[in-house]
Write a protein that binds this ligand. Structure first.
Ligand code: SAM
Length: 279
């Protein structure tokens, strides 16, 4: 087993390459090797996996992934971090030919050199939900993964109906996968120490809930339902259905009470409404 990055080395590399962690890019680096190994183990990364990491930073998790995966693809927006990462991997005795670094904004990625099978990431906080949804949508070969996000975001992602934090990300993510909470992470394992707590969310992809056209219609309904979450569904869908009477008729024909609020519905209900609306 090669040694992973520790706190002193992380600061030394950052200083040497002139990186002062910024809030804008959500740069809080994990300085605890045990946590990195635990996350990779939790994600079930194996020797046949092409592991994808978004925001590898200085490489704390990346090196742990290189220990277990066949290949690692890492997408990093910061030029200095992207340039340094292969050198860090080599210095730690890893085969750098297993590592592909893509120096780009993850939100602009639409293809990858190899189909990824597992996602492991300490996601940049400002884009964590859109990045996760985007990669679930674009890369159907991603069968599972573990992502670290702000605890508040983790709670929203795994929330079920009738919970006050249940919302559009909770429903949309379940289009592709089952999401479960995989524990919290102490603030003290980051440098710099953030002023929010972090948690792990594990996902496992399930069979597709429908084709792209149905997904788009379903997501439109979800967006409408949660943009006015205190409104009854018949009011929330009024614009989409040409008025409140039309909305009532469509919701009722889907077997759902039009006076219910979106926060009480699960993905299957939104899909039923989308199917009726598309007819
Ligand atoms: N994985 C590293 C770790 O755990 O120590 C770093 C995680 S840090 C929370 C987030 C990383 O994502 C930073 O390296 C940051 O530069 C990078 N990042 C921020 N926004 C990004 C984006 N839109 N696309 C790709 N990388 C991004």
């Amino acid at each position: 087993m090669n040694n992973l990055l520790g706190a002193a080395e992380i600061r030394e590399i950052a200083e040497r390459i002139g990186v002062r962690p910024t809030k804008k890019l959500g740069q809080n680096f994990v300085v605890d090797a045990n946590t990195c190994r635990k996350i990779v183990k939790n994600a079930d990364v194996g020797i046949d996996d092409v592991a994808l990491e978004i925001g590898p930073g200085l490489g704390s998790l990346t090196l742990a992934m290189l220990e277990s995966a066949k290949e690692v693809i890492a997408i990093e927006i910061d030029d200095r971090l992207a340039a340094e990462l292969p050198l860090t991997a080599i210095r730690h005795g890893f085969d750098a030919s297993k590592l592909t670094i893509i120096n780009q904004d993850a939100m602009g990625i639409s293809e990858l050199p190899t189909d990824p099978t597992v996602l492991v990431a300490n996601l940049p906080y400002n884009v964590s939900v859109p990045v996760l949804l985007r990669f679930l949508e674009l890369f159907p070969t991603l069968r599972s993964g573990v992502v670290m996000v702000q605890s508040e975001v983790a709670d929203r992602l795994v929330a079920r109906p009738n919970n006050k934090v249940y919302g559009s990300p909770s429903v949309k993510a379940t289009w592709w996968a089952d999401l479960t909470s995989a524990g919290t992470v102490s603030r003290s394992i980051f440098w710099p120490v953030p002023n929010v707590d972090s948690s792990l969310v594990r996902f496992v992809r399930h069979q597709s809930a429908g084709d792209e056209e149905l997904r788009k219609t379903t997501f439109k309904i979800i967006d409408a339902a949660f943009s006015q979450r205190r409104k009854m569904m018949r009011a929330a869908l009024s614009d989409l259905c040409g008025g409140s009477a039309g909305a009532s008729a469509i919701i009722e024909a889907s077997g759902i009470d039009p006076t219910i609020r979106g926060e009480a519905l699960e993905l299957a209900d939104f899909i039923k409404i989308a199917i009726t609306l598309s007819k």
